[in-house]
Design a protein around this ligand. Structure first.
Ligand code: AP5
Length: 213
């Protein structure tokens, strides 16, 4: 029995934060395409080099790059029990391709969660965020160069958390990712809207409640 959860939401909604919590709770891995791409960038792989300019501007990387990542991870034994797909589906072609890949494996998407939050709140979160350069854990209210609590590496600011890139990411989300919400609805999947404003554990509680529905 597999448990595949698609996590949608604008930049800064808390997808990464909640995906970690849900992954631990449900004992399935988190697959965050943003993290995979940043790791590829850090390692200087061809995939990372191709993605860099798109990511720095806050644009989406081409669907073909994401199809490659999804094919690698969904076919791997690590996701045999399921996965939380954090930001891995951001265009309608990606949603369609994921469905095809899963059908070939005899699986399908089990739940779709949408983290819902105002633009003001997410801009405030992204402007105050630092992340671990190695394990990519996000923090609020911690300065760059201080140490990650989880792995001891240094915290940095993401290039795409600059004001102009944040504005572009929001524009891109509305134009290219919001239609995915309707697409799932039109294709027989209930999209569970979760209020993402509030303490982290409270948002997790709401997400778990939505998954149990
Ligand atoms: P990605 O890294 O996924 O960026 P994003 O979607 O813009 O999301 P963020 O990581 O900025 O935010 P989040 O929702 O995960 O929030 P977080 O938990 O960090 O992708 C980066 C780029 O990669 C994309 O722009 C694109 O170029 C490319 N990419 C990735 N996937 C792609 C795809 N499928 N197709 C094409 N391109 C793709 O939280 C934000 C902050 O708020 C943190 O500091 C956190 O500590 C804090 N916080 C979280 N929850 C709370 C709370 N409840 N209360 C207070 N603070 C909170």
């Amino acid at each position: 029995m597999s448990n595949i959860i698609v996590l949608l939401g604008p930049p800064g909604a808390g997808k990464g934060t909640q995906a970690d919590k849900l992954a631990a709770r449900l004992d399935i891995p988190k697959i965050a395409t943003g993290d995979v791409l940043r790791a590829a960038l850090r390692d200087g792989t061809p995939r990372g080099k191709e993605a860099k300019a798109y990511m720095d501007r806050g644009d989406l990387v081409p669907d073909s790059v994401i199809f490659g990542i999804l094919r690698d991870v969904m076919g791997s034994p690590a996701t045999s029990k399921g996965a939380i797909l954090d930001g891995a589906v951001r265009t309608v072609p990606q949603a369609k391709e994921l469905g095809i890949m899963l059908a070939e494996l005899g699986k399908g998407v089990d739940s779709v969660l949408l983290l819902d939050i105002s633009d003001d709140k997410l801009t405030e979160r992204l402007s105050g965020r630092t992340v671990c350069e190695k394990c990519q854990t996000p923090y609020m209210g911690r300065e760059p160069e201080t140490k990650c609590e989880k792995c001891g590496s240094k915290l940095i600011r993401r290039k795409d958390d600059e004001p102009e890139a944040i504005r572009n990411r929001l524009k891109v989300y509305r134009a290219q990712t919001a239609p995915v919400i309707d697409w799932y609805g039109e294709n027989g999947m209930k999209v569970h809207k979760v209020d993402a404003d509030g303490p982290v554990d409270e948002v997790t509680r709401r997400a778990v409640e939505a998954l149990e529905k």
